[in-house]
Design a protein around this ligand. Structure first.
Ligand code: NAD
Length: 363
């Protein structure tokens, strides 16, 4: 049976929302189902530009408070990502509390799908950490408000190649801003994390004869890139911040741009696909400027995946999707211009531009 906002701990969490004034969400739903063991939180941050879209993350949160903080922060980020990319989408996100290996089942995902259906299209779900294409297929049997289903079923398929293309555009724009032209052939680029996105990114960089240094904890992924692309060398995760490089491209984890790493990194540009790269938006957004590093806002240059999913809703073809993603190049340059003119961090410049579009749409 479906029940929202019913368990004691969730009641406590609901009241703790008032202690989080930094968040101004339209709607937060607490979903609980005893039969399947589903415990999920769906956060709709803002729907001014369109329905709230964002992935469903399944994670073994240490506390439920941690889960709610995560979903509130991530859904807010989705509003900015959609807005800056010019999409008619709002920001939302869901977290399912539990281990994706131990606790996931077809029944649980279908139950989650019924909760989404009850929101009548205000929130559209997608894949994220801990959820898969197969999960989206289960969800699609309960609601049409789901994206990321396979191309063979009318979906847009794996978003990673499009995310990588957008990140590549962001890197090229950053190089243009720093050195006056966007030629990568004499640049040394460290790609930290060669998973889904990182591998496609290496392919683009390799075609431009960039000198590529990769780092990963997964030996198979390292082998794939060294076997398939030229100019690729490997560095260990421990050494990655100390190697000589022009560009650092985080494509694995969040929060790798922090006080400790910024004191080691000797790069001119930080531009990668990972989400939430700055450990603290304010402190490290300014610190990169003090270090003379150009930082490409992550939520701008990694928006290709979202653009791809948007195409699934709009029925765009691949060509149109790539055209929209290519525009990340111009947007990145626009952000750098605003940051210089107003003497603010590039991250703040991007947030302001995203907020402006939401405010204008509100009227
Ligand atoms: P992935 O899991 O396929 O790849 C991540 C890679 O990082 C893996 O190969 C993993 O072994 C490696 N890794 C993990 N810890 C590491 C460490 N300490 N040092 C070096 N490597 C490490 O994920 P992905 O889909 O390629 O996404 C990469 C990043 O981009 C994530 O932060 C993700 O949130 C973000 N992102 C992805 C997309 C997308 O379309 N897939 C869209 C937007 C943002």
């Amino acid at each position: 049976m479906l029940a929202t906002q019913e368990v004691n701990t969730f009641e406590d969490l609901k009241s703790s929302l008032s202690n989080m004034p930094e968040f101004d969400h339209e709607q937060v739903e607490f979903c609980h189902d005893e039969e399947t063991g589903l415990k999920a939180i769906i956060a709709v941050h803002n729907t001014v530009l369109g329905p709230a879209l964002g992935g469903a993350r399944m994670w073994s949160y240490k506390t439920e408070e941690e889960a709610i903080r995560d979903v509130l922060r991530l859904s807010r980020g989705m509003t900015y990502k959609a807005s800056i990319s010019g999409l008619e989408l709002g920001g939302g996100k869901a977290v399912i509390i539990g281990s994706s290996k131990r606790d996931k089942s077809e029944a649980l995902m279908k139950c989650y799908g019924r909760f989404i259906e009850s929101l009548k299209g205000k929130y559209i779900t997608a894949e994220d950490v801990g959820t898969s294409e197969q999960d989206m297929i289960y969800i699609s049997s309960e609601t049409k408000h789901v994206t990321g289903i396979p191309e063979s079923m009318g979906g847009s398929g794996d978003p990673s190649p499009v995310t990588a293309y957008g990140t590549y555009m962001g890197i090229k724009a950053s190089v243009k801003e720093m050195w006056g032209n966007d030629d990568l052939s004499d640049k040394t680029i460290v790609v930290q994390g060669v998973g889904h996105v990182g591998q496609y990114l290496v392919e683009h960089l390799s075609k431009e004869n960039a000198k590529i240094i990769v780092c990963d904890i997964n030996e198979d992924n390292l082998k794939t890139v060294t076997d398939n692309y030229k100019n690729v060398t490997v560095v260990s995760p421990e050494e990655v911040y100390n190697v000589s490089m022009d560009i650092y491209s985080p494509c694995a984890l969040g929060a790798t741009v922090n006080t400790e790493t910024l004191n080691q990194l000797k790069c001119c540009i930080i531009a990668g696909a990972a989400n939430n790269q700055l450990e603290d938006e304010n402190i490290h957004g300014r610190m990169v400027i003090e270090k003379g590093i150009l930082y490409a806002p992550d939520f701008l240059i990694n928006a290709g995946g979202l653009i791809n999913v948007f195409s699934e809703i709009k029925g765009y073809d691949r060509k149109e999707t790539l055209k929209l993603t290519e525009n990340i190049y111009n947007l990145t340059l626009e952000i750098y211009e605003k940051s210089k003119k107003e003497n603010i961090s590039t991250h703040k410049a991007a947030l302001e531009l995203a907020q402006k579009r939401v405010d204008e749409a509100k009227g």
